[in-house]
Design a protein around this ligand. Sequence first.
Ligand code: C5J
Length: 241
Amino acid sequence: MERGAVPCAEIPADPSPFALDVARAALLVIDMQRDFLEPGGFGAALGNDVSLLRSAIGPCRALLESARAAGLLVIHTREGHRPDLADAPPNKVQRGPPEKRIGACGPMGRILVRGEPGHEIIPELSPLAGEPVIDKPGKGAFYQTDLDLMLRNRGIEALIVAGVTTEVCVHTTVREANDRGYRCLVPGDACASYFPEFHAVGLRMIAAQGGIFGWVSTTSQVLAALSADKRAARTVQETAE
Ligand code: C5J
């Protein structure tokens, strides 16, 4: 190996090991917002049991801590709309009873509206100062946002994608990223769905057909690789000194 070069970590994954160059990768945490995870928000208004998403909190937190320690770029996303709902398509707003629709008033403020308490990322996973937060009007994090520009400006080519929900915003974002040339790894236990069966099948869909649009691993596999990568980086630095 070239003197001073930092080796890639290799993460065991389905359908094949995922090579990770920390300098060219980012952790993307999708929509871990009060509106989806806490009672009284958008998820609950749609009739879901929001407690089903809480299993992703611990793994997301561990990924955030490990990514920060390894120097990985961390980006958060939030789904939501302008207070005047000018960016909310009618087909998204006009669903369900009016008192439970996007923009209606709930216990955490107006449902799925930017600036309201429900729109915030849950306190357990609060972004650190300097970590970009992408506000997106749709399910995919690339749709009508500057995420792609931000990643390209930093030379990012691989994404670790965690968050909620597996088969909606995580899936849409991974599909969008794959079409744009990014390799995506999804730690399955750091994602969750209101429908456990959709979660399980959603993960299988990503890795099926030779990894049709990504790779699937577990959080502990990512953590092990990141800490090994940090150790290797330290050794390389010490050798170079
Ligand atoms: C949904 C999301 N399910 N973040 N949003 O509407 O998955």
